[in-house]
Design a protein. Structure first.
Length: 301
């Protein structure tokens, strides 16, 4: 029985597959790891590359999904199939460092924390490393911002058993489901940081779904309303979020009440009221700041 199940969702990913499998081949302690490739809408070119490596890496399980599904649906599919005690995600266009999985497992083994995160590098060019280092503080100093900031990054690892208590990823999201899940984890459990850097994140690419700022703003607004971080809400997004259910989680076609999967209280507090009342002023400041930045770039660039 393996200890770690790594979930990778694949769709139209031919350009990254050779680099991904090269990194897979450098991972340490693969005898304790299984990799679940959730392959959406497979094409012949992708299959030719993958089949070549399946013969080499016996710890990879290739799961084909005929039609494309959302990222968080694929992750949930992988969670249900996973055999490991710990779960980790690995996006096909990112590169994990060879010792990252074992470092995170060790951190969780030696603590009561439910999820592990760590520093990583961002790069604009796939295969080039160490452009920008994203550093995070130890969790004890981040507890107050965990509802406001995505601290787990793109290389989280967590205990599979927590899904029994806080549910699965919310499949109505396309971009911020991992941030929303981080909040549910942190409301019930502790997180821990590993001292090892975890890998390289490919960013600032127009093909990446995460570059869709309009969609990201809408989904973040839903999360901010869900967990009452009202001062971060962008009011201009309100007309476009009617399709989301703020107080429900979508999982495998079923809508689950939020209070079934989180300890977050529905009680309205003085702090939440003050935050709500301050929202128009916070939004006005944000709008002025954004306008000035755009004006500056228009004049000087």
């Amino acid at each position: 029985m393996c200890s770690i199940s790594v979930i990778t969702s694949i769709f139209n990913s031919q350009v990254f597959l050779e680099g991904y499998f090269k990194a897979i081949g450098e991972i340490e302690n693969t005898h304790d790891i299984e990799v679940l490739l959730i392959h959406n809408a497979p094409n012949d070119n992708e299959l030719a590359i993958i089949n070549k490596y399946l013969e080499k890496f016996s710890f990879i399980r290739h799961i084909k999904v005929a039609e494309r599904e959302g990222l968080y649906s694929s992750w949930n599919r992988g969670i249900k199939l996973a055999k490991g005690k710990y779960l980790a995600v690995w996006n096909v266009d990112d590169i994990r460092s060879p010792g990252s999985l074992i470092a995170q497992k060790t951190a969780l083994d030696n603590s009561d924390a439910a999820m592990c995160y760590g520093d990583f590098y961002g790069t604009d060019n796939y295969g080039s490393f160490k452009d920008r280092l994203y550093q995070y503080s130890e969790y004890q100093t981040l507890k107050k911002v965990v509802l406001r900031r995505h601290i787990i990054g793109c290389f989280p690892m967590w205990r599979k058993k927590i899904h029994e208590h806080i549910g699965f990823f919310d499949e109505q999201f396309r971009l911020v489901g991992d941030f929303e899940f981080q909040i549910r984890v942190a409301l019930k459990y502790d997180l821990i940081k590993t001292p090892s850097y975890l890998g390289y994140y490919l960013e600032n690419q127009t093909h990446k779904l995460s570059s869709n700022r309009k969609l990201q703003d809408k989904e973040r607004t839903v999360v901010e309303l869900r967990y009452r971080t009202y001062d971060k809400v962008m009011l201009h997004v309100f007309p476009f979020i009617s399709g989301f259910r703020i107080r429900q989680i979508l999982y495998s076609g079923n809508w689950i009440p939020l209070n079934k999967v989180t300890t977050s209280s529905n009680q309205v507090t003085a702090t939440s009221i003050l935050s709500l009342l301050a929202t128009p002023f916070t939004y006005s400041f944000w709008l002025v700041k954004k306008t000035l930045i755009k004006l500056y770039h228009f004049i000087f660039y």
